[in-house]
Write a protein that binds this ligand. Structure first.
Ligand code: FES
Length: 121
């Protein structure tokens, strides 16, 4: 699943689709949003803003389904709230537990004009 392209996913939003106001996720952390039925997880870390299809490759549940803090203190690791699969926050590569050997599907995001939107590639 890790090699899948986000553009092939059901209800994938078009590049340029507005996601949210940039200040909706101003500091390090995550924000789960739905864009026309497409679940997107925004991740802000000291290294930048990243987007992922919000479905853990373990059991296809949203990573933040059980809520709580899923980004590590240093902003480098995402830990699925369901069964603790660990992923590199900047690449989506699985690095721990049920995440090993798989990866999140990255969705490009960009900030412009005070708004986060779906990026190009
Ligand atoms: S659904 Fe994410 S670790 Fe099980």
């Amino acid at each position: 699943m890790g090699a899948r392209d986000w553009r092939d996913l059901p209800r994938a939003p078009a590049p340029g689709t507005p996601v949210c106001a940039a200040d909706a996720l101003a500091g390090p952390g995550t924000l789960g949003v739905e864009i026309g039925g497409f679940p997107l997880l925004l991740v802000r870390t000291p290294a930048g803003l990243f987007g992922y299809f919000n479905a853990c490759p373990h059991q296809h549940l949203p990573l933040d389904w059980r809520g709580g803090q899923i980004l590590s203190e240093d902003g480098r690791r995402l830990r699925c709230s369901n069964h603790a699969a660990g992923f590199d926050a900047a690449t989506g590569q699985g690095v721990e537990g049920f995440g090993e050997g798989c990866a999140l599907i990255a969705v490009p995001v960009e900030t412009a004009g005070g708004q986060v939107r779906v990026g190009t590639v």
